[in-house]
Design a protein around this ligand. Structure first.
Ligand SMILES: Nc1ncnc2c1ncn2[C@@H]1O[C@H](COP(=O)(O)OP(=O)(O)OP(=O)(O)O)[C@@H](O)[C@H]1O
Ligand SMILES: [Mg+2]
Length: 319
């Protein structure tokens, strides 16, 4: 099992990790790990480092998962792990000894959750064009993961990093990801419950599937549009209220924020109560169709994504 992060680990500023990275400051501290800004002492570049503590079994499993996911790390909308190594504390007074360290590019704007919160605090909404661009990128990222035979299992806005110019998104947080054919019962956390699809909420085993992740992504898009950043599970909330039509409810909420019917119809296709929802490749086509840029710009924006997509599809085909 994972080991809890000790208090002093969070304030370990200036420590040198792996003879290469100097800790600058902690960014976020979870129960089992800590994310911090580190500086490469040879190049002076800043990186984010996630340090995960656990017993041998957990660390081995995390390593296996990271290795299996290596092919998707080249996707332009996936948070790339640049380096992965085990770090052993030499300070014997410490409770935990071995940690798995992930080195990633450092995104100073952090994540989609904080962007949505800040936008809401300013009393604004994201623009419809920006929403479509973000939707396209996240759909590509999830499609790539699914095409490689994985489900994410922990999709949420805080697992989506944002580029410094706010143009690009990167999906991360793959710690719970599993191959589709080996999905195990889901260990629930409150942040996961919010995004569970109707069929997963209603099941005993709570097994996430690619179809249920289309729903989850739909919830994230709904949140991006309406900025309703609370802990409610959309479907459960609607059931409790006893309203007539779930789709009508979603539609009204999207339109009342000033967005178009077209945007609703895309998100509505994802938030279908039955698992027969819109597929990610159709979704991508629909979003591309609505992005009203000259074809050339859309093509440039999507070129790398498409290349990765085709590579993913052909690697699945050739198996
Ligand atoms: N590369 C990065 N650049 C900047 N900030 C990052 C980066 N990676 C992660 N973070 C920040 O750290 C937070 C926690 O990251 P992560 O989800 O990987 O840790 P966690 O221990 O799994 O936390 P949780 O249990 O909340 O998912 C993210 O929400 C984000 O704000
Ligand atoms: Mg996480």
């Amino acid at each position: 099992m994972y080991t809890q992060v000790s208090q002093e680990e969070a304030s370990d500023v200036n420590a040198i990790i792996n003879s290469k990275y100097k800790v600058v400051e902690p960014i976020a501290r979870g129960v089992w790990g800590i994310v911090m800004v580190v500086r490469n002492i040879f190049t002076n570049e800043l990186f984010a480092m996630k340090k995960l503590y656990g017993d041998d079994e957990v660390l081995n499993e995390s390593l296996r998962c990271a290795w299996a996911m290596k092919p998707i790390m080249t996707h332009p909308n996936i948070l790339n792990t640049r380096e992965l190594f085990l770090h052993r504390n030499t300070d014997l007074t410490r409770q935990s000894d071995v940690a798995l360290c992930y080195i990633m590019r450092y995104y100073k704007n952090q994540d989609l959750k904080s962007l949505l919160q800040k936008t809401r605090d300013r009393g604004e909404f994201l623009s419809e064009k920006q929403i479509y661009r973000y939707m396209l990128q996240l759909s590509y990222a999830l499609e790539c993961l699914h095409n490689h035979g994985f489900v994410h299992r922990d999709l949420k806005p805080s697992h989506v990093m944002i580029s410094d110019d706010f143009e690009s998104l990167y999906l991360g947080g793959f710690g719970m990801s599993q191959p589709v054919d080996q999905i195990q019962e889901q260990q629930m956390t409150s942040s996961m419950f919010k995004y569970l699809s109707p069929e997963v909420v209603d099941s005993i085993e709570r097994k996430v599937t690619p179809e249920s992740e289309v729903w989850t992504l739909g919830c994230i898009f709904f949140e991006m549009i309406t900025l309703q950043i609370d802990e409610r599970n959309l479907y459960m909330d609607w059931k409790m209220k006893g309203c007539d039509s779930f789709q009508e409810e979603i539609k009204n909420e999207i339109l009342s924020c000033g967005f178009s019917e077209q945007l609703y119809s895309i998100v509505g296709g994802m938030l279908q109560e039955k698992p027969e929802r819109i597929t990610l490749d159709v979704l991508v086509q629909q979003i591309r169709g609505t992005l009203n840029y000259p074809k050339q710009i859309v093509d440039t924006m999507c070129a790398v994504c498409l290349r990765a997509r085709h590579e993913a599809v052909s690697s699945v085909d050739s198996q």
